[in-house]
Write a protein that binds this ligand. Sequence first.
Ligand code: C2G
Length: 132
Amino acid sequence: MKKVITYGTFDLLHWGHINLLKRARELGDYLIVGLSTDEFNEIKNKKSYHSYENRKLILEAIRYVDEVIPENTWEQKIDDIKRHHVDIFVMGDDWKGKFDYLKDYCEVVYLPRTVGISTTKIKQDLFSVKNG
Ligand code: C2G
């Protein structure tokens, strides 16, 4: 069984996230998502609308996702890859090059980001609607 892992906050889930998860899952037979905890989001300087528990509930309902584990630190990826016997690490290409050090442990794939959608865009569009 070829195991794939990816990481992220996945807040205000949108079709760009789904595109990423779908393509990541298609690279193997089993997809693990390392989901940023609320505490780690603070380290990432991100504020989630949904709590970790609710973002986890949403991700676990996606057909492409087989398992969700907490992402608490930047440094846990090597341990995760070893412990879960991961074959492929996947991220959107906004991260291109940032995780090449993982090539010593598994294949590293950066997939093209989906253009035209982002959590930031959703928040901005909702703000402008609200404020006319
Ligand atoms: N993504 C995408 N297309 C978009 C938006 C996001 O392909 N329009 C991808 C990102 O490239 C990332 C994943 O969806 O691979 C999750 O996006 P975020 O939740 O924004 O992830 P991020 O905050 O970048 O966290 O240790 C890694 C970090 O936890 C990554």
